[in-house]
Write a protein of this length. Structure first.
Length: 101
């Protein structure tokens, strides 16, 4: 069953974030079988108290296990260090059950 990783990030240094974290992380997403569905800044908050103006990233994975292999890999742990101090992130992982109409 497909899984989706949803990230909302408030970024203080976008150029550094993209070059030191985003590009290397993107290569690992592909290596571990994921693909980006959405990447973009400037989310509009409609309800709640998190996410106004945040950058949003949604990646699709073949299954939850593939996403967790990426997330828990030593390679990603090393890349993830690059966002310390420049991004506040909320990360969710959810499986997508088939919705019948």
């Amino acid at each position: 069953m497909p899984a989706y990783m949803i990230v909302a990030a408030t970024i203080s240094d976008r150029d550094r974030f993209i070059h030191q974290y985003g590009i290397p992380a993107g290569k690992l997403v592909a290596k571990f079988g994921g693909r980006y569905v959405l990447k973009g800044p400037g989310a509009t908050l409609l309800e709640g108290d998190f996410g106004a103006g945040a950058s949003m990233v949604i990646s699709e994975w073949p299954d939850k296990e593939s996403a967790l292999k990426f997330w828990n890999s030593e390679e990603y742990a090393e890349v993830k260090k690059a966002r310390e101090g420049i991004a506040d992130c909320q990360v969710l992982l959810i499986e997508a059950p088939t919705i019948s109409s």
